[in-house]
Design a protein around this ligand. Structure first.
Ligand SMILES: [Zn+2]
Length: 113
């Protein structure tokens, strides 16, 4: 379950940032997980709850946003949105879509006090 490893590196970033901002507590973590990232949101929540225990983010909410994937279609030379990796182009139906974005995970915001 690689979500655990992801959460562990995420909490490192969160603690780092909280320290830099002089926060006493992290109330919420806003996470952007591209639709094409091979990450399961439910596993992520489960792991998040486990790794925040005893940290500055203990009890924090996890807000997950899943923006659509972006791709470049070689069939019709267009920038397209795709819901899943290997989805055909929504414009021309070609399978030659190269993923150009929406496959990453990043922290967009921290709510602290
Ligand atoms: Zn196309």
């Amino acid at each position: 379950m690689h979500e655990m490893a992801l959460c562990e590196s995420m909490i490192d970033i969160v603690e780092d940032q909280a320290r830099r901002e002089g926060a006493r507590r992290v109330l919420a973590v806003y996470l952007e997980v591209g639709a094409l990232a091979a990450v399961d949101a439910e596993s992520l929540r489960f792991c998040f709850d486990a790794v925040i225990r005893g940290t500055v983010a203990d009890g924090a909410r996890l807000e997950i946003d899943r923006p659509a994937g972006q791709g470049w279609c070689l069939g019709c030379d267009s920038q397209v949105s795709i819901g899943q990796r290997f989805d055909p182009c929504p414009l021309c139906g070609s399978n030659r879509v190269q993923v150009t974005g929406g496959d990453e995970m990043r922290i967009t915001e921290l709510e602290v006090e």
